[in-house]
Design a protein around this ligand. Structure first.
Ligand SMILES: [Zn+2]
Length: 127
């Protein structure tokens, strides 16, 4: 009986697996971003938002209504990237009333606490 020598072609499946894993890693990136950036809300979109979408509403001396730090979308749902943005920009707002500033901060912090408690550590993605 003659046994023919057959080289095993292991290189190809290994390479395919590695390439597949690599492609999977690439594919996962945009779907679950580590640090989700706030999708741009246009000025028109923000103008159309209801008052409830903002952290605070003040009245300027010229009686204009100033709506600060939008962080809920048009459906009323909390928008986590805009919540993070609102928290980061809170100190940049020219507050007319310190009480409004404090209330807005507390409102945003309560959202952040709720978000942290509702997300498991594996899906939080850092900090
Ligand atoms: Zn809110």
């Amino acid at each position: 009986m003659h046994v023919r020598f057959r080289p095993k072609r292991r290189a190809l499946p290994c390479f395919t697996l590695a390439a597949g894993g690599f492609l999977l890693a690439i594919a996962r990136g945009p779907i679950v971003p580590r640090h989700a950036e706030a999708a741009e809300w246009s000025a028109a979109y923000i103008r159309a938002l209801p008052d409830e979408a903002f952290a605070a509403i003040e009245t300027a001396r010229d009686r204009r209504r100033l709506r600060h730090l939008p962080h809920h979308g048009h459906t009323g749902a909390l928008d986590p990237p805009h919540l993070r943005s609102a928290l980061a920009r809170w100190h940049q707002v020219k507050w007319g009333d310190p009480a409004a500033a404090a209330a807005a901060r507390q409102h945003l912090e309560e959202h952040r606490a709720w978000l942290r408690s509702s997300q498991s550590p594996s899906t939080r993605g850092g900090n």
